[in-house]
Write a protein that binds this ligand. Structure first.
Ligand code: ADP
Length: 533
């Protein structure tokens, strides 16, 4: 069906055409067919047939000057021209032929059935076609590279098509270890059944965007050599109530047919958010979620369908999703540490021409907080830069520039800044830098510029010595506030005026301060109490 481009004409147009066709058929084709089914004979034949008792019924059509008659078994209709014949009526009476009966059906039964059935077929087919088109429209259409599986639009990855393995996912060793069990199960479910162990039906991959959750799910399918069905939560939420639920039903129907297999639902929070907010209840989403729960409860734990889902935040998911028998196993896929980053860089540097001076370990060191997707992006940006600068190999300069680009957005050299604005930015950024320099708990300054980049007019970049820590101390948080306000202070001290340029800093300082008081109980006055809610 791919060669037919989707029609752009309104659907009403097709209805109109179909109506016209039906009308043409009824008013032109039918009479025409009828005429052609009638055998013409001469009058003598008619007389002979009458005498021999081969005539069934006769209709005399005086206006059109002809006689219609049927054979005695009424299967064939004949016509003949009328000839002045006084003895006709007597002859017919003698032969016992009825002339009073109703009009002779000019069409055969087949044709008359067709006249009824054809319009119905056309309308049903058209209706089907239109509803399919509508579904396609709302499902966002299909990617031509994937199989488009009917209603659910679930893409079936055939194993050889992507063939992602655990080795392609770097870092994330714990997550991989956790998922290896699933792979083993898919390889040999009977071993688990025999001993009475059952696999969790649902596995929730939790972690920040770009850390490789989708990759891990694909890798499980790749390692286990099973089909991989994938759909995004947002694809389920449709315009019409009930559509999402039917997509879920359809997805699981396909999955069960292909079991053992993996069903992957990305961004499950799009359908699985907590349902506590009555005011903005969303029927469609709720129905979809319910259907998902029904489906997950509906198959046994050993049917070989394993549902994996990804989200950035497990805490906003509806509790019903996390109950036993549903997504009762959570696998955390976190930001990579320095070793993980180096390994990821190695993977994405494999097919790139690197100069001698490029040291992946030091890049890993300089990119704390980068997710796998950021690192992939970074290597690609570096390669693009190298091409633009006509380097034969990607050198460290390209990489450094690429890090800034990924972190802060592209440089905006062309944006003209007035002398005044440049002065202001210079003082502002120096304020941050000087503050950072004197604060013992703040990371050292790595880079400072007044060339605008992305959203920022200028910026001061700190680079941590070590990896981001899970814990921050009170003095670190306090110093971060001081540093954020350093820019504003410098403006005030040196220019004797303050500007809007500090809005981002003030926002940041405020949110750190609020967290310190309301979440972390760091206020002496209020004490260790959570005011989070
Ligand atoms: P998520 O689903 O967590 O948002 P993805 O799995 O879609 O992230 O990752 C996006 C891309 O980033 C991947 O296609 C891959 O190229 C790269 N990537 C992310 N994490 C890793 C990793 N741990 N190892 C290698 N590449 C990664």
């Amino acid at each position: 069906m791919n060669e037919v481009k989707s029609p752009k004409k309104p659907l009403l147009y097709y209805y109109f055409v179909a109506m016209l066709l039906v009308m043409l058929f009824n008013f032109i084709a039918m009479p025409w067919l009828a005429e052609h089914q009638i055998k013409e004979v001469d009058y003598n034949t008619f007389v002979t047939m009458t005498e021999q008792g081969e005539v069934g019924r006769v209709e005399i059509q005086e206006q059109s000057n002809r006689i219609l008659f049927t054979s005695s078994d009424e299967k064939t209709v004949y016509k003949t021209a009328m000839v002045p014949d006084d003895g006709l009526v007597q002859r017919l009476l003698d032969a016992g032929v009825s002339t009073t009966g109703e009009e002779i059906e000019q069409t055969s039964t087949l044709v008359s059935i067709l006249a009824w059935v054809l319009p119905i077929i056309i309308f049903v087919a058209l209706g089907q076609y239109m509803s399919r088109k509508m579904m396609e429209k709302m499902g966002g259409g299909g990617n031509s590279m994937m199989f488009n599986m009917g209603k659910s639009n679930a893409k079936v990855y055939v194993k050889s098509a992507e063939g992602i393995k655990f080795d392609d996912v770097a870092g994330e060793d714990e997550a991989k270890e956790n998922l290896t069990e699933v792979v083993n199960y898919l390889h040999d479910p009977s071993k688990y059944q025999e001993i009475g162990a059952s696999m969790p039906k649902g596995i929730l991959l939790v972690g920040p965007p770009g850390t490789g959750k989708t990759m891990l799910a694909k890798a499980v399918a790749g390692e286990a050599n099973v089909p991989f069905f994938s759909m995004s939560g947002s694809e389920f939420v449709e315009m019409f109530v009930g559509m999402g639920a039917s997509k879920v039903r359809d997805l699981f129907k396909q999955a069960k047919e292909k079991a053992p297999c993996i069903v992957f639902i990305d961004e499950i929070d799009a359908i699985g958010k907590k349902r506590d907010n009555q005011l903005s209840s969303n029927d469609e989403r709720e129905q979809t979620l319910n259907q998902l729960l029904v489906e997950m409860d509906g198959f046994g734990s050993n049917e070989g369908v394993i549902v994996m889902a990804a989200t950035n935040r497990a805490d906003i998911l509806d509790n019903a999703l996390l109950r036993p028998g549903r997504f009762d196993r959570q696998v955390y896929v976190g930001l990579p540490d320095i070793r993980g980053r180096e390994a990821i860089l190695k993977i994405h540097a494999k097919d790139k021409q690197l100069a001698e001076d490029v040291d992946l370990n030091s890049i890993a060191k300089g990119t704390p907080g980068f997710a796998g997707a950021d690192l992939e992006n970074l290597m690609n940006e570096a390669a693009l830069l190298a091409v633009r600068r006509r380097h034969r190999f990607i050198n460290m300069e390209d990489v450094d520039e690429a890090i800034l680009k990924v972190q802060m957005g592209p440089e905006k050299k062309s944006r003209k800044m007035s002398e005044k604005a440049r002065r202001l930015t210079a003082y502002h950024e120096s304020g941050h830098a000087v503050a950072a320099h004197y604060l013992p708990h703040v990371d050292p300054v790595h880079y400072i510029t007044i060339i605008p980049r992305g959203m920022a007019g200028g910026f001061t970049l700190m680079r941590p010595q070590e990896d981001l820590e899970n814990f921050k101390s009170q003095s670190e948080m306090f110093e971060n506030i001081v540093m954020a306000l350093g820019g504003r202070m410098a403006e005030k001290l040196f220019l004797d005026d303050i500007s809007t340029g500090a809005s981002g800093d003030i926002h940041q300082a405020t949110s750190i301060a609020r967290d310190m008081v309301t979440r972390y109980g760091m206020s002496d006055r209020l004490g260790p109490i959570s005011f989070d809610s």
